[in-house]
Every structure is written in C-alpha cells, then in structure tokens.
Write a protein that binds this ligand. Structure first.
Ligand SMILES: *[C@@H]1O[C@H](CO)[C@@H](O)[C@H](O)[C@H]1NC(C)=O
Ligand SMILES: *[C@@H]1O[C@H](CO)[C@@H](O)[C@H](O)[C@H]1NC(C)=O
Length: 396
C-alpha cells in the first residue's frame, strides 16, 4: 500500500510502531496459549505443554466419549466437541470433522459458562439475558448455541405494520423485561427526565423527541452533526445502497436511510434497555454482536459503515486498530466510513487516535473536530466527526 500520504511525524510513527509491536506480542501470546482452549476437555488454567499433549488425543474426540474429568458443562462440550461429518472427508473444509465455534475466552469464565449452559435439553432456557450479555461482552463471543427455548413474552402480539412500525412505540408485551431497570416503554421514554446516571442512549426510546430530527436537518458549516443527505451527496446518486450501523441505538439511522431506499443493518447490545427488540419492532434488522466481533460480511461488499458515539476512547487501542481495519475490509472500494461523534479527551485525538485512524488507508473527505460540552468544559472532552472513503483503485 502507498504510504506517502500518511502522517509522518516521529511521535506518530513511534506510536504505530508500539502498536504493531504490542499486536505482535499479543499474537505470539495467543499462538502459544490457543491450544488450551481448542482442547475442550482440558480445564482452562492448564499449562500449554499439558494442553498440547492433551490436544493430540482429545481433538479427535466425539461427543459420546465420557467427559468426567472436565469442569466444563456437558452441553458446552456437546456443542463444541469435534463432530464427525456423516459423509466423511469434505474438500471444502479439508477435514472430516467440524468444530462448532464459540469465543475462545468462554472457558476463562467457567462459573458463568456453567450457569449459561445449564438447562434441560428441549425445555425452556433460563431467563438469563444479563448473564449471557456479560459473558459475551467479556469475549465469549459468539456464545455457544443452546438446545432450549429462549424466554419470550407470554402475550406477544404481532408488530405494527409498515410504515407505522417505524415511528410507533411498540407494545410493552413485545419485550421480556427481566434484564432492565425499566419494565415498560413509558419508563424508558421518561428516563431522560427521571433518572440520573449515564445509561446508554438515555433519550433515544422517545421517538417524538430528539430522535425525530437526527441526521435529517441540514448541517451548518463546521458542525459535527452531518446530515444524511450531505453525506450521500459525496457519491453519485443511488450508489450507496447497503450498509451497516455499528452501535446504532434504536435504529433511527437505518430508518432514515430506509426512506432513501438504502438498507442498513444495525448492531446493538441491550445495555439496560431492549434495544434489539425495539429495533426489530420498528421493522429494522438488528444484529446482536459486540464491537469485538469480526464483522459478519465478506470483503469489499458494503457501500457505507456508520457509527455514532460507540467508537471512542473506551476501546483498547489495539482492539480499535483491528476494528478499523475490519471496517475497511467490509467496505467496497469507494465505500464510505462515517465516523460520527468519536470522542476522546484533550490531546488524545492528536497523539493517539488521529494517527491510528489516519494509518488505515482511508481518504479523508470530511474531518471536523469540536468540543464535547455535555459534561462540562473542564473535562476537555473532544468529538471528531469524519467521512472517510476507501480508495476506489488500489485499495489492497
Ligand atoms: C421437545 O419439545 C417440543 C415442544 O415443547 C415437544 O413438542 C417435543 O415433543 C419435545 N421433544 C422431545 C424429544 O422431547
Ligand atoms: C424508493 O423506492 C420506491 C419503489 O421502488 C420508489 O417509488 C421511491 O421513489 C424510492 N425513493 C427514493 C427516495 O429513492
């Protein structure tokens, strides 16, 4: 890749060198420890040499072999153990067996994993959304599959038909409320007035409030709030058709893009609110993956990736570096990455984040930096909103 347009100040280069070194050290660490989790019969804390020799016997294991020596729940082992293909060797897989996937860190949390995987096969799953989400957010992603029926509202009703569903608060009976402080939508809508604390997206369940105007108003010069139409105007009409919104709150970005016949998939966690149920009730596709998970799209496919407020300084820098490369990967050449209100503090932007963002290989279409004042100017919080384009030619 052509590096000539990249920033080349010494501190930036040193920082990237550090980032690459730490990444390589991490890779080394992972490659020396990965076998302890491949060998699922081995407790997670065993040393790598023991695990390596165990691997030779155990990776050929099929589920009917007794698991008595293991700490791990039987349903977890049943799901993750190598399973022989009924028709033998398969050239697509280059194997005669399949290893159903779970996040490598799952076995690092045996107590939570045991609770998650304890259920009656073919019965009702425990109502344990909070446990599952904590496990997933810590890195047990994907979670193991389960053979039980998920908790569901007893009095579920069909969603409102389109287009009414887009801007109507869904019925409370469409949600299992156990995991959330609020137990109905009225509570979620009012919590911006009634509740203290920094709940994620506190006012966004109120579809008649601030949500109504997001990305819809023409922006003034130098504003951090770009409008959708101004961003789409960067490209030839009709060439932005499909995309992804990472951490998309209640899905309003996808709703607004839908008005322009653009299909957006919205990723969200359920952080103290039924975000996924709400998005789905509106008639938008929710995707329940965290920012750690490799994006489930093929290389060079999406026209646009948007993310507001989520990509920020809470993400470890190495993870952020991988994530930005993953966004670059799934964008097609000429695709747009709309980084909307990335936030950090003081010099972090210049010293840490701008060098990382600039190093990926995007072309800058728009780059606006401004103060974030909602918690007071003394915190010196900063926002960055940017439009970045994957090069149309020679993006490899
Ligand atoms: C599994 O559960 C379903 C629905 O609850 C029931 O109809 C079915 O008979 C059960 N199958 C077995 C093998 O227990
Ligand atoms: C979206 O598609 C519909 C049906 O093809 C068409 O009638 C409408 O004009 C389109 N809207 C926009 C904003 O392109």
């Amino acid at each position: 890749m052509d590096q000539s347009h990249k920033p080349s100040s010494l501190s930036n280069s040193l920082f990237l060198l550090f980032l690459l070194l730490s990444t390589n050290l991490l890779t080394l660490f992972i490659s020396t420890t990965v076998y302890s989790s491949c060998s699922l019969n081995t407790p997670p804390a065993t040393t790598t040499t023991a695990a390596n020799s165990a691997l030779k016997e155990d990776d050929l294991q099929v589920p009917d072999k007794p698991q008595t020596s293991s700490d791990l729940p039987p349903e977890f082992l049943a799901f993750t153990s190598a399973q022989k293909l009924p028709f033998g060797f398969n050239t697509n897989m280059d194997s005669d067996r399949i290893f159903p996937p779970v996040g490598r860190p799952c076995t690092l949390f045996p107590d939570e994993l045991r609770r998650f995987m304890s259920y009656k096969v073919n019965g009702s799953c425990p109502d344990d959304e909070l446990l599952a989400q904590k496990l997933l957010l810590k890195g047990c992603e994907p979670l193991p599959r389960r053979r039980c029926h998920p908790a569901a509202p007893p009095e579920y009703v069909e969603p409102y038909p389109l287009p009414d569903s887009l801007w109507t608060t869904p019925p409370d009976s469409s949600v299992v409320w156990t995991a959330y402080t609020c137990k109905n939508y009225a509570c979620l809508i009012n919590r911006k007035r009634n509740q203290k604390g920094f709940d994620d997206c506190k006012d966004c369940f109120d579809l008649a409030g601030r949500e109504k105007a997001r990305w819809a108003l023409p922006s003034t010069g130098g504003s951090l709030d770009f409008s959708i139409d101004e961003v789409l105007a960067v490209k030839k009409p009709g060439t932005i058709r499909i995309g992804l919104d990472i951490g998309g709150g209640v899905g309003t970005f996808a709703v607004r893009m839908g008005e322009r016949n653009i299909t957006i998939i919205t990723t969200s966690m359920n952080l103290n609110g039924p975000f996924n149920s709400f998005i789905a009730s509106r008639g938008i596709v929710p995707l329940y993956i965290s920012i750690s998970q490799r994006l489930p799209f093929f290389d060079n496919t999406l026209d646009i990736v948007h993310s507001m407020h989520v990509l920020s300084n809470w993400i470890p820098t190495t993870l952020l570096h991988f994530l930005l490369f993953d966004i670059y990967r799934v964008l097609r050449p000429g695709g747009l990455f709309w980084l909307d209100h990335f936030f950090c503090v003081g010099e972090e932007l210049e010293e840490v984040y701008a060098p990382i963002i600039n190093s990926i290989g995007f072309e800058k279409v728009k780059w606006v930096v401004g103060p974030k004042l909602d918690r007071g100017p003394e915190l010196r919080e900063m926002y960055l909103s940017a439009i970045l384009e994957k090069p149309l030619k020679n993006s490899w």
